[in-house]
Ligand binder design. Sequence first.
Ligand SMILES: [Zn+2]
Length: 193
Amino acid sequence: MHRTCGWCGTVVAGERTNCSNCGGPLPAPPGSDPGPAPGAAPRALPSAYTRGLFANFGVLFGSIFSGVGCLVITLMCGFAILLPPLALGSLLGLLFAFIGSVFLFEGVRSAFRERRVLMWGEPVVGTVLSVAGEGSFSRITWSFEVDGATHAGTCQCSDPYVLTYGEGDTLHVVWLPKEGRSAVWPPLPGLEA
Ligand SMILES: [Zn+2]
């Protein structure tokens, strides 16, 4: 069975341990061996992953909206030389630019947040709690123990390969206690949620 690289989205043969495109490590296959442990933080992440992370909806939509807003402001101020009331049109541009910058800010913030857990998270061995299909997605939930406390994490994954994991299988997890968030290491393709 094929699987999708969580770093760059390339589909590779299921038995591979590293991606044929970006070279990034892939999560261990289902079973009790979680594979090689994550290196010491800060970890270098494949550049294809960082690029993809910042090309998210918020960044793309926000950039377009802000761009259109700035264009409207410029045009309206220009035309206002001929017809002064048109200067009011720049308020519409200002609104566009404001909405765009909110999305842009949120997009950049979420990209840094996802990168942070993989770069700086404390490594721990986690156990798969459940896997289930959710329409075209698959949800995987894991738990892990740190200092006697049990924590859980979940990911909405875009790769059906995840459904081959079963309850009790082990995976490496990286954990940011300050933010209360964890991620599977190496990452699974999909949305953190
Ligand atoms: Zn890859």
